[in-house]
Design a protein around this ligand. Sequence first.
Ligand code: GLV
Length: 329
Amino acid sequence: MKKLNVFLTRPIPDEGIKMLKRERDIRLEIKKDLPMPRKELLKAVKGRDVVWTILTDRVDAEFFDAAGENLKLVVNYAIGFDNIDLEEARKRGLIVANSPAAEIAESVAEHAIAMMFALSRRLVESDAFTRAGKYHGWEPNLLLGTDIIGKTLGIIGAGQIGGMIARRLRDGFGLKILYNDVKRNPKFEREHKAQYRSKLQLLKESDFVTLHVPLLDSTRHLISTKELKAMKKTAFLINTARGPVVDELALTKALEKNEIAGAGLDVFECEPLIDCNPNDTHALRRMKNILLTPHTASASIEARQAMSRESAKNILAFLKGKKIPHRIV
Ligand code: GLV
């Protein structure tokens, strides 16, 4: 039997790789160079049966043409799949799968919670202040933050990640949980004693707003000027979902005018740029009331190994003619 020709576009944590390497009928090639320019990627995918992509690989008609007619399966090493043209894949009869796992949701939930604490207790500012040798003695008003206990959390997107955040913050810190989604979710309400609100009402009432929606046409700029104006002046916005869900220019203005207290961003509208402005003015980076991380919300060993295993399971199922566990298309 001809071996299944699998190409992985970037080295990833190894557990899924080991699973494939145990199979005699798989020939796995991994690109060692980091990062691979587009032209090289298109050359490298030629003739593959399976391409194992990461979320920064644009998988579109050009990619499918470059891979050629052997291509049957694209597996994304990510939960999100907004880098893949699903319609185009469908038209061509290709299978597309992703790699969700509880560990990933857990990791993103922890990151979002960490951002809430870091912002409300001004941890980054406090660290910079202390390192700079500015601490000369206890002061009653030095770097005052706010507590989390008893506050109201607004979750936009009532999925697995939102649920994990709700459970931990309600049980651990007594937060009141509000949520918004395209439709009401009785299970989410029951499990987390969460109350449904319209988006604007949720923004009005929440002290922390955390976003957990996929990037779709309907969620692009879900948070823009009107939404930011609805938020409390003392509230924090956390985005660990996808950059374009927040209108970054509107957010920059709201932060400049102190219309909200701060923001934690793990994802950016023009990623990997931190600022969409072509002159790269880095307004976001200059702000004090903001915490930035480089798309690392799922960057725990546990999560990234789980993603590795879950994506490998798709490929093994395909090899054995079984149902693909995380099939999207
Ligand atoms: C990370 O952002 C993912 O979609 O897995």
